[in-house]
Design a protein around this ligand. Structure first.
Ligand SMILES: [Zn+2]
Length: 284
Protein backbone atom coordinates (compact mmCIF):
# COMPACT_ATOMS: atom_id res chain seq x y z
CA UNK A 1 0.00 0.00 0.00
CA UNK A 2 2.70 2.50 1.01
CA UNK A 3 4.83 1.60 -2.01
CA UNK A 4 1.87 1.96 -4.34
CA UNK A 5 1.03 5.34 -2.85
CA UNK A 6 4.59 6.50 -3.26
CA UNK A 7 4.58 5.50 -6.92
CA UNK A 8 1.29 7.27 -7.60
CA UNK A 9 2.47 10.40 -5.83
CA UNK A 10 5.63 10.40 -7.90
CA UNK A 11 3.63 10.07 -11.12
CA UNK A 12 0.96 12.66 -10.25
CA UNK A 13 2.05 15.87 -11.95
CA UNK A 14 0.56 18.57 -9.73
CA UNK A 15 -0.39 19.14 -6.13
CA UNK A 16 -4.11 19.19 -6.84
CA UNK A 17 -3.91 16.00 -8.91
CA UNK A 18 -2.08 14.36 -6.02
CA UNK A 19 -4.74 15.51 -3.58
CA UNK A 20 -7.52 14.09 -5.78
CA UNK A 21 -5.71 10.79 -6.20
CA UNK A 22 -5.01 10.49 -2.50
CA UNK A 23 -8.59 11.34 -1.56
CA UNK A 24 -9.90 8.76 -4.00
CA UNK A 25 -7.49 6.09 -2.84
CA UNK A 26 -8.06 6.85 0.83
CA UNK A 27 -11.82 6.70 0.35
CA UNK A 28 -11.53 3.42 -1.50
CA UNK A 29 -9.33 1.95 1.21
CA UNK A 30 -11.71 2.98 3.98
CA UNK A 31 -14.66 1.64 1.96
CA UNK A 32 -12.83 -1.64 1.53
CA UNK A 33 -12.19 -1.89 5.27
CA UNK A 34 -15.83 -1.04 5.95
CA UNK A 35 -17.00 -3.70 3.51
CA UNK A 36 -14.72 -6.23 5.18
CA UNK A 37 -16.20 -5.21 8.51
CA UNK A 38 -19.82 -5.49 7.49
CA UNK A 39 -19.36 -8.68 5.54
CA UNK A 40 -16.55 -10.79 7.00
CA UNK A 41 -17.65 -13.60 4.72
CA UNK A 42 -15.96 -11.61 1.95
CA UNK A 43 -12.71 -12.64 3.61
CA UNK A 44 -10.61 -9.60 2.84
CA UNK A 45 -6.92 -9.98 3.62
CA UNK A 46 -7.22 -12.78 6.17
CA UNK A 47 -9.76 -15.51 5.89
CA UNK A 48 -11.76 -16.33 8.95
CA UNK A 49 -13.34 -19.55 10.11
CA UNK A 50 -17.05 -18.88 10.02
CA UNK A 51 -18.61 -22.32 10.04
CA UNK A 52 -17.70 -25.85 11.06
CA UNK A 53 -18.40 -29.16 9.36
CA UNK A 54 -21.90 -29.49 8.01
CA UNK A 55 -22.37 -33.23 8.39
CA UNK A 56 -23.71 -33.02 11.94
CA UNK A 57 -26.47 -31.02 13.60
CA UNK A 58 -24.13 -29.02 15.80
CA UNK A 59 -23.44 -25.34 16.42
CA UNK A 60 -21.01 -23.30 18.53
CA UNK A 61 -22.13 -20.38 20.68
CA UNK A 62 -19.80 -17.38 21.01
CA UNK A 63 -20.09 -14.21 23.13
CA UNK A 64 -18.18 -11.01 22.33
CA UNK A 65 -17.07 -7.87 24.21
CA UNK A 66 -16.88 -9.06 27.84
CA UNK A 67 -15.96 -9.64 30.52
CA UNK A 68 -18.53 -7.49 32.30
CA UNK A 69 -19.03 -7.53 36.09
CA UNK A 70 -22.83 -7.78 35.83
CA UNK A 71 -23.50 -9.65 32.58
CA UNK A 72 -20.74 -12.29 32.57
CA UNK A 73 -21.68 -13.94 35.91
CA UNK A 74 -25.32 -14.13 34.78
CA UNK A 75 -24.34 -15.70 31.46
CA UNK A 76 -22.03 -18.19 33.17
CA UNK A 77 -24.85 -19.18 35.48
CA UNK A 78 -27.20 -19.72 32.53
CA UNK A 79 -24.64 -21.77 30.58
CA UNK A 80 -23.93 -23.88 33.66
CA UNK A 81 -27.65 -24.55 34.10
CA UNK A 82 -28.10 -25.36 30.41
CA UNK A 83 -24.90 -27.43 30.25
CA UNK A 84 -23.57 -25.49 27.28
CA UNK A 85 -19.89 -24.67 26.79
CA UNK A 86 -19.31 -21.54 24.73
CA UNK A 87 -16.48 -19.31 23.55
CA UNK A 88 -15.96 -15.88 25.09
CA UNK A 89 -14.03 -13.38 23.00
CA UNK A 90 -12.82 -11.00 25.69
CA UNK A 91 -11.47 -7.45 25.30
CA UNK A 92 -7.94 -7.18 26.77
CA UNK A 93 -8.45 -4.07 28.92
CA UNK A 94 -11.74 -5.43 30.33
CA UNK A 95 -9.99 -8.72 31.13
CA UNK A 96 -7.35 -6.76 33.10
CA UNK A 97 -10.15 -5.06 35.03
CA UNK A 98 -12.02 -8.29 35.81
CA UNK A 99 -9.47 -11.12 35.75
CA UNK A 100 -11.45 -13.31 38.15
CA UNK A 101 -14.29 -13.48 35.58
CA UNK A 102 -11.81 -14.66 32.94
CA UNK A 103 -10.56 -17.34 35.32
CA UNK A 104 -14.09 -18.36 36.22
CA UNK A 105 -15.22 -18.63 32.58
CA UNK A 106 -12.22 -20.80 31.69
CA UNK A 107 -12.61 -22.91 34.82
CA UNK A 108 -16.22 -23.62 33.87
CA UNK A 109 -15.10 -25.10 30.56
CA UNK A 110 -15.51 -22.17 28.19
CA UNK A 111 -13.00 -21.25 25.53
CA UNK A 112 -11.39 -17.83 25.94
CA UNK A 113 -10.50 -15.87 22.81
CA UNK A 114 -8.74 -12.61 21.98
CA UNK A 115 -11.06 -9.77 20.89
CA UNK A 116 -8.34 -7.09 20.64
CA UNK A 117 -6.99 -5.04 23.53
CA UNK A 118 -9.22 -1.97 23.48
CA UNK A 119 -11.86 -2.76 20.88
CA UNK A 120 -11.04 0.40 18.91
CA UNK A 121 -10.53 0.69 15.19
CA UNK A 122 -7.33 2.77 15.10
CA UNK A 123 -5.32 -0.38 14.36
CA UNK A 124 -7.15 -0.83 11.05
CA UNK A 125 -5.29 2.11 9.53
CA UNK A 126 -2.23 2.29 11.82
CA UNK A 127 1.26 1.00 10.99
CA UNK A 128 1.62 -2.79 11.16
CA UNK A 129 3.44 -2.61 14.52
CA UNK A 130 0.37 -1.01 16.12
CA UNK A 131 -1.85 -3.67 14.64
CA UNK A 132 0.43 -6.32 16.12
CA UNK A 133 0.57 -4.52 19.49
CA UNK A 134 -3.24 -4.34 19.71
CA UNK A 135 -3.69 -8.11 19.54
CA UNK A 136 -0.40 -8.97 21.28
CA UNK A 137 -1.47 -6.97 24.34
CA UNK A 138 -4.76 -8.89 24.65
CA UNK A 139 -3.01 -12.24 24.17
CA UNK A 140 -0.42 -11.23 26.77
CA UNK A 141 -3.14 -10.24 29.26
CA UNK A 142 -5.10 -13.48 28.80
CA UNK A 143 -1.90 -15.54 29.03
CA UNK A 144 -0.94 -13.77 32.26
CA UNK A 145 -4.38 -14.47 33.75
CA UNK A 146 -4.86 -18.04 32.49
CA UNK A 147 -1.28 -19.27 32.17
CA UNK A 148 -1.93 -20.02 28.52
CA UNK A 149 -2.20 -17.74 25.48
CA UNK A 150 -5.47 -17.79 23.54
CA UNK A 151 -5.52 -19.72 20.28
CA UNK A 152 -8.51 -18.03 18.70
CA UNK A 153 -9.20 -14.38 17.95
CA UNK A 154 -12.01 -12.32 16.53
CA UNK A 155 -11.43 -8.75 15.41
CA UNK A 156 -13.90 -6.04 16.52
CA UNK A 157 -16.89 -6.27 14.15
CA UNK A 158 -14.89 -8.77 12.08
CA UNK A 159 -12.82 -6.00 10.49
CA UNK A 160 -9.80 -7.04 8.48
CA UNK A 161 -6.84 -5.28 6.90
CA UNK A 162 -3.53 -5.99 5.19
CA UNK A 163 -0.88 -7.50 7.52
CA UNK A 164 -3.51 -9.00 9.82
CA UNK A 165 -2.60 -12.48 8.59
CA UNK A 166 1.06 -11.91 9.46
CA UNK A 167 0.25 -10.57 12.93
CA UNK A 168 -2.08 -13.47 13.69
CA UNK A 169 0.49 -15.94 12.40
CA UNK A 170 3.13 -14.47 14.73
CA UNK A 171 0.70 -14.64 17.63
CA UNK A 172 -0.46 -18.11 16.58
CA UNK A 173 -4.07 -16.98 16.48
CA UNK A 174 -6.83 -18.49 14.41
CA UNK A 175 -9.18 -15.83 13.04
CA UNK A 176 -12.80 -16.66 13.78
CA UNK A 177 -15.86 -14.94 12.35
CA UNK A 178 -19.46 -16.21 12.46
CA UNK A 179 -22.20 -17.13 10.06
CA UNK A 180 -25.20 -16.22 12.23
CA UNK A 181 -25.38 -13.22 14.54
CA UNK A 182 -27.90 -11.72 16.92
CA UNK A 183 -27.71 -8.06 15.84
CA UNK A 184 -28.93 -7.27 19.35
CA UNK A 185 -28.44 -3.52 18.93
CA UNK A 186 -30.89 -3.57 16.04
CA UNK A 187 -33.56 -6.05 17.11
CA UNK A 188 -33.45 -5.74 20.93
CA UNK A 189 -36.34 -8.13 21.61
CA UNK A 190 -34.88 -11.44 22.89
CA UNK A 191 -37.70 -13.55 21.37
CA UNK A 192 -37.27 -11.95 17.97
CA UNK A 193 -33.47 -12.31 18.06
CA UNK A 194 -33.65 -15.97 19.12
CA UNK A 195 -36.25 -16.82 16.48
CA UNK A 196 -34.16 -15.15 13.80
CA UNK A 197 -31.02 -17.02 14.87
CA UNK A 198 -32.86 -20.33 14.99
CA UNK A 199 -34.23 -19.73 11.49
CA UNK A 200 -30.81 -18.97 10.06
CA UNK A 201 -28.70 -21.57 11.88
CA UNK A 202 -27.39 -24.50 9.85
CA UNK A 203 -25.23 -27.48 10.64
CA UNK A 204 -21.85 -26.18 11.78
CA UNK A 205 -22.98 -22.60 12.41
CA UNK A 206 -20.84 -20.30 14.54
CA UNK A 207 -23.30 -18.08 16.37
CA UNK A 208 -22.36 -14.60 17.56
CA UNK A 209 -24.03 -13.00 20.55
CA UNK A 210 -22.86 -9.99 22.56
CA UNK A 211 -22.52 -9.38 26.28
CA UNK A 212 -22.54 -5.67 25.44
CA UNK A 213 -21.31 -3.48 22.61
CA UNK A 214 -17.98 -2.54 24.16
CA UNK A 215 -17.68 1.20 24.74
CA UNK A 216 -20.85 1.83 22.72
CA UNK A 217 -23.95 0.25 24.21
CA UNK A 218 -25.02 -1.69 27.27
CA UNK A 219 -28.12 -3.83 27.30
CA UNK A 220 -30.35 -4.66 30.23
CA UNK A 221 -28.74 -7.69 31.91
CA UNK A 222 -32.00 -9.64 31.76
CA UNK A 223 -32.25 -8.87 28.05
CA UNK A 224 -28.84 -10.44 27.41
CA UNK A 225 -29.63 -13.50 29.51
CA UNK A 226 -33.08 -13.94 27.95
CA UNK A 227 -31.62 -13.68 24.45
CA UNK A 228 -29.03 -16.36 25.20
CA UNK A 229 -31.56 -18.57 26.97
CA UNK A 230 -34.18 -18.40 24.20
CA UNK A 231 -31.49 -18.92 21.56
CA UNK A 232 -30.33 -22.10 23.31
CA UNK A 233 -33.91 -23.36 23.69
CA UNK A 234 -34.88 -22.69 20.10
CA UNK A 235 -31.74 -24.18 18.61
CA UNK A 236 -32.28 -27.29 20.74
CA UNK A 237 -35.88 -27.43 19.56
CA UNK A 238 -34.54 -27.49 16.01
CA UNK A 239 -32.35 -30.46 16.95
CA UNK A 240 -28.95 -28.78 17.24
CA UNK A 241 -26.33 -29.84 19.77
CA UNK A 242 -23.91 -27.30 21.22
CA UNK A 243 -20.19 -27.91 20.97
CA UNK A 244 -17.32 -25.69 21.93
CA UNK A 245 -15.80 -23.69 19.08
CA UNK A 246 -12.49 -25.59 19.13
CA UNK A 247 -14.36 -28.89 18.90
CA UNK A 248 -16.39 -27.59 15.98
CA UNK A 249 -13.18 -26.64 14.18
CA UNK A 250 -11.29 -29.81 15.14
CA UNK A 251 -8.57 -30.79 12.66
CA UNK A 252 -9.93 -34.23 11.93
CA UNK A 253 -12.90 -32.57 10.30
CA UNK A 254 -11.28 -32.28 6.89
CA UNK A 255 -14.37 -30.74 5.41
CA UNK A 256 -13.61 -27.59 7.35
CA UNK A 257 -10.91 -26.26 5.05
CA UNK A 258 -12.81 -26.95 1.86
CA UNK A 259 -16.06 -25.70 3.27
CA UNK A 260 -14.58 -22.32 4.06
CA UNK A 261 -12.18 -22.21 1.14
CA UNK A 262 -9.46 -20.97 3.49
CA UNK A 263 -5.98 -20.08 2.37
CA UNK A 264 -3.32 -22.64 3.39
CA UNK A 265 -1.77 -20.29 5.96
CA UNK A 266 -5.05 -19.47 7.69
CA UNK A 267 -6.12 -23.09 7.59
CA UNK A 268 -2.84 -24.21 9.12
CA UNK A 269 -3.13 -21.67 11.93
CA UNK A 270 -6.68 -22.70 12.73
CA UNK A 271 -6.00 -26.40 12.44
CA UNK A 272 -3.08 -26.02 14.81
CA UNK A 273 -5.24 -23.96 17.18
CA UNK A 274 -8.07 -26.46 17.15
CA UNK A 275 -5.73 -29.41 17.39
CA UNK A 276 -3.77 -28.17 20.39
CA UNK A 277 -4.49 -29.55 23.82
CA UNK A 278 -7.78 -28.27 25.23
CA UNK A 279 -7.39 -24.94 26.99
CA UNK A 280 -9.44 -26.09 29.95
CA UNK A 281 -11.26 -29.21 31.01
CA UNK A 282 -14.57 -29.79 29.31
CA UNK A 283 -17.62 -29.16 31.41
CA UNK A 284 -19.89 -32.09 32.06
ZN1 LIG B 1 -16.81 -6.78 19.63
Amino acid sequence: MAAALGLILALAPTGSARTCLLAGLGGGYVALLAAGSLAPQLDFYLRAARRGPTDRAWVALTFDDGPDPVITPLLLELLRRERVTAAFFFVGEAARRYPTLVIQAAAEGHLIGNHSDRHGYGWTVAPARRLFAEFAAASHTLAAILGQAPRFARTPAGVSRPNLAKAFQQLQLCNVAWDVRGLEGLYRDPARIAARIARRARNGSIILLHELYYGVLRFEPQQVVATAHLTIQQLRARGFDFVRLDQLLAPDQAVWAEENGSSPAATLGCRRAAGAAPQTGQAA
